[in-house]
Design a protein around this ligand. Structure first.
Ligand code: ADP
Ligand code: MG
Length: 267
């Protein structure tokens, strides 16, 4: 696939935990790199699950996103290559990031820290995609992601409470649009952990597609044990078992995401 050289910045957000944010962030990133794109994943969750899945060290001494947000380290000083693909990079998170949410409150330009760091980084390190993995909250870390990105990517788990809380998330996006980042928009919704055998999953999927006809990807990610096993090997499922149903689905979703650029360019 051809990439235009323009950087797309997507933030993977949903204030619910366990809906597949991190899994989607790292697998879409790896799949995009597999398509020939250069990709930087920014791990904004103190849990550091994205760093783990990308095989990037992130113990307490590792220079991390914390140092970028609080001590204004250049991103270039903390970004590490992922062993998985030469075009795949990760700005790791460490446990220190848990305190950043509170420390940021007292900082100057606290909402813009990540955006500024990213802008500086991209001058010398142009990449096709930046994918930001957010923590499950709408605090200052997520606000930094919303201010740095132009696209919001929401993974939705097809279960009973899937749509609950979504209006709060959409409200936050609108507020950021108005006050901090007019370019921000909801570009992509991905249905995750889909179990097509249940009537409920199908109903939820239908409902989401009715509400967001242009944003929902055609590809849905099936529930698959291989997907959940991969991180314990420090890998995405793309590297861990590329022929599994989960890997195939994430690669298809990545193709959809990548080809949406071409569409907007042709208009
Ligand atoms: P979040 O980042 O939103 O908290 P995660 O991506 O960490 O969510 O996913 C939550 C849990 O569900 C993890 O244990 C993950 O391995 C598992 N999981 C995610 N996607 C799938 C899938 N398609 N099939 C099976 N398990 C999955
Ligand atoms: Mg996560």
């Amino acid at each position: 696939m051809e990439f235009t050289g323009e950087t797309r910045v997507l933030t993977v957000s949903n204030q619910k935990g366990g809906v597949g944010k991190t899994t989607s962030a790292v697998n879409i990133a790896s799949a995009l790199a597999g398509l020939g794109a250069s990709v930087l994943v920014i791990d904004l969750d103190p849990q550091g699950n994205a760093s783990t899945a990308l095989g990037v060290p992130h113990n307490a001494d590792t220079p991390s996103v914390y140092d970028v947000l609080i001590d204004e380290f250049p991103l270039a000083e903390i970004v590490q290559p992922s062993p998985e693909n030469p075009r795949l990079f990760c700005a790791p998170s460490t446990i220190h990031l848990a305190g950043a949410e509170i420390e940021l409150v007292a900082q100057v330009a606290r909402e813009h820290r990540l955006r500024r760091a990213l802008q500086d980084y991209l001058v010398d390190h142009p990449v096709d995609f930046v994918i930001i993995d957010c923590p499950p909250s709408l605090g200052l870390l997520t606000i930094n992601a919303f201010t740095a990105a132009s696209e919001v990517f929401i993974p939705i788990q097809c279960e009973y409470y899937a749509l609950e809380g979504l209006s709060q998330l959409l409200g936050s996006i609108q507020m950021i649009q108005k006050h901090l980042n007019p370019a921000l928009h909801l570009s992509t919704i991905l249905l995750t952990m889909f179990d097509g055998r249940t009537r409920l999953a199908q109903q939820v999927a239908e409902e989401v597609r009715t509400h967001f006809p242009t944003q929902v990807l055609n590809t849905v990610i099936p529930r698959s044990v291989r997907v959940s096993e991969a991180p314990s090997f420090g890998q995405t499922v793309i590297a861990y078992d590329g022929q599994s149903a989960g890997a195939i689905a994430y690669r298809e979703a990545a193709v959809e995401i990548a080809s949406r650029v071409t569409q907007s360019k042709e208009k």
